[in-house]
Design a protein around this ligand. Structure first.
Ligand code: ATP
Ligand code: MG
Length: 588
């Protein structure tokens, strides 16, 4: 009956996904290699499952082959990204991985980038790097090709292999040394136009991650030395994430930990105690100090000395239970960049003691206090003498009022800086980053256009990245169970799988499976026909590990009633469907 429906249909030839070219596969002609072993270095579930299910194979530290299953996922991610970039008016090109050092010297990054930049020489001894990103190359193209404001705005993108000699490659393709990134670079005349490009990319990124069915947040991020410029990171939420993401319980404020602003909630109490010196032999940390004196850490003041710009060192003080935010500290004019902790010699010179006994009383260097530290009264701090601390210390009485800045990481329960509700902290995996570069590169490299009045103007740039291979891993972190991966349909290596039971013994099963395979393919479904001579249990286990969203089982028993068995990858039980309802089920 069904056979007749499957007469050749000319349009069926074009029903496969034209963006990926994928239109179903027979397992016997594909390459599926699952394993029960979990590699020792695989700390997180996505890394373990990608290896066990045969999506990636390790070649060396931070170097992975995308096996056929893994490549299918990556191609589907790329197709979604490409579609959204094209819809947003971005134009695709492809730049080389190998980039001449001269360009990097022009931007100043040949010196600045550090060891993450993998540098190579050619046979003539000329210097090159393997591109970790492509601002220099694209700016070189823009300064040659874009001459008039009439050509703007313009947004170029590519999907390309990046190389970064990561200090600690780990988590498989989550942080590898070679990975696939979509990077886009917009060129505009004026900041308004840059903002419009940025907003457009923000929307495109939301569309991309929505289409992948991922739970994510777009958060404010630090824009480094480029003041005022906007920067947003897109994080997939997962407990294994390397980053802390801060968001408000009410309203839509969200930021990464580096950027999240603290609103001081306390006011200073009365100076009711007098200052006294106490012996604290062997006390070096806030924890030891609070234990020794039997006081709360909130009553202790922490003093850190860092290298300064106009003075050798600067004192940064925080409430004992708070953590220094290094990015906020680095932005202070008084503090040297990159942030560098004072060494033992510097500490001896400035405070005449070791690191565990420093306090702000009597120091003749700038003292910058976090806002919460500045509200403390009757506090305990180091006495600038080894083995001694001061108690009952008060600002303005025992030492000068400090300069007050936001210096600390937010903690759960802090006030939302936008005024509504409080802050919560979750873990996130950074999968994308959009950033206003302004004129940082275009100025250094002389990328100008003529404006309406024929005057040369430096172009405004934005850059926009998505970690394509990292997205695959992040999707698994968010979607897995004891049996394996649960792919979101839009990026699954196959949308559906047909599992025939004992096909070798039953011609009827074989014929029915073949018909269903052809039918699903013709309907444009990227279906896997598991025609391997495996027992059902082993076949099902493989398909669950690989994470295919929809499974159809065909057996003699089911065929007798013209039925198939269906199971969605998240379903706890299978259900029986009429054979004619298969396509309806999938279309739902
Ligand atoms: P991270 O803080 O994780 O190192 P980054 O700030 O260096 O990221 P960008 O330079 O903004 O990252 O790169 C754009 C995107 O490329 C990131 O959002 C991330 O998804 C991806 N990415 C960056 N480094 C790696 C890597 N080593 N392996 C895989 N993907 C990466
Ligand atoms: Mg990095």
């Amino acid at each position: 009956m069904t056979l007749k429906r499957l007469t050749y249909n000319a349009t069926a030839r074009y029903t496969h996904d034209i963006t990926t070219g994928f239109a179903g596969m027979r397992a016997s002609q594909f390459h599926i290699r699952t394993t029960k072993e979990t590699p020792n270095d695989a700390e997180i579930v996505s890394h373990q499952l990608m290896i066990r299910a045969g999506f990636i194979r390790r070649l060396g530290s931070g170097l992975y082959t995308l096996m056929p299953l893994g490549l299918r996922v990556v191609r589907k991610i790329e197709a979604i990204v490409r579609d959204e970039m094209n819809s947003a008016g971005a134009v695709e090109l492809l730049m080389p991985s190998i980039q001449p050092a001269e360009l990097w010297e022009e931007s100043g990054r040949w010196e600045k980038f550090g060891p993450e930049l993998l540098r190579i020489q050619d046979r003539h001894g000329r210097d090159y790097c393997l591109g970790p990103t492509h601002e220099e190359v694209i700016t070189d193209i823009a300064r040659r090709d874009i001459k008039s404001y009439r050509q703007l705005p313009l947004n170029f993108y590519q999907i390309q292999t990046k190389v970064r000699d990561e200090v600690r490659p780990r988590f498989g393709v989550m942080r590898s040394r070679e990975f696939i990134m979509k990077d886009a670079y917009s060129f505009s005349l004026g900041e308004e136009s840059l903002q419009a490009c940025f907003d457009q990319m923000h929307t495109a990124y939301c569309n991309v991650f929505d289409r992948m069915g991922l739970e994510y947040r777009a958060v404010e991020a630090d824009s480094g030395s480029i003041g005022g410029a906007q920067s947003r990171e897109f994080h997939v939420l997962a407990d294994s994430g390397e980053d802390a993401v801060v968001y408000a319980t009410e309203g839509d404020y969200a930021a990464n930990m580096e950027k999240a602003a603290v609103v001081c909630q306390t006011s200073r109490g009365d100076a009711s105690e007098s200052m006294a010196t106490v012996d604290t032999p062997g006390v070096h940390t806030i924890a030891e100090l609070s234990a020794k004196l039997d006081i709360n850490e909130t009553q202790c003041l922490k003093t850190l000395l860092v290298k300064g710009t106009t003075t050798a060192v600067v004192a940064l003080v925080l409430r004992g239970d708070h953590q220094l935010n290094e990015v906020k500290a680095e932005h202070l004019d008084e503090v040297a960049s990159p942030l560098t902790m004072a060494d033992a010699n510097d500490i001896k010179t400035a405070a005449n003691c070791d690191a565990g006994s420093i306090g702000p009383v009597g120091l003749s260097i700038p003292v910058i206090a976090d806002a919460d530290a500045a509200t403390m009264s009757n506090f305990v701090c180091g006495a600038n003498e080894n083995g001694k601390h001061l108690t009952g210390v008060n600002w303005g009485r025992d030492l000068a009022e400090p300069q007050i800045r936001d210096l600390r990481n937010v903690i759960e329960g802090d006030l939302n800086p936008m005024g509504t509700g409080t802050l919560k902290i979750v873990r996130g995996i950074e999968v994308g980053h959009i950033f206003q570069l302004g004129s940082a590169y275009s100025e250094a490299m002389g990328a100008t256009v003529l404006d309406e009045n024929g005057k040369p103007q430096v172009m405004q740039m934005g850059c926009y990245g998505i970690g394509v291979t990292r997205v695959a891993a992040a999707a698994i972190e968010q979607n897995n169970d004891a049996q394996g991966i649960i792919w979101p349909e839009s990026i699954a290596p196959f949308e559906a799988v047909i599992c025939p039971v004992n096909m070798v013994k039953s011609e009827a099963v074989q014929a029915a499976a073949e018909v269903l395979y052809q039918e699903l393919k013709a309907a444009g479904i990227d279906v896997l026909f598991d025609d391997r001579p495996l027992r059902p249990g082993a076949m099902f286990a493989d398909m669950e590990l690989i994470g295919i969203p929809h499974r159809f089982v065909i057996s003699d028993k089911l065929l007798a009633n013209d039925e198939v068995e269906y199971r969605g990858r998240r379903d706890s039980e299978s259900s029986v469907l009429s054979r004619s309802d298969v396509l309806t089920k999938l279309r739902k």
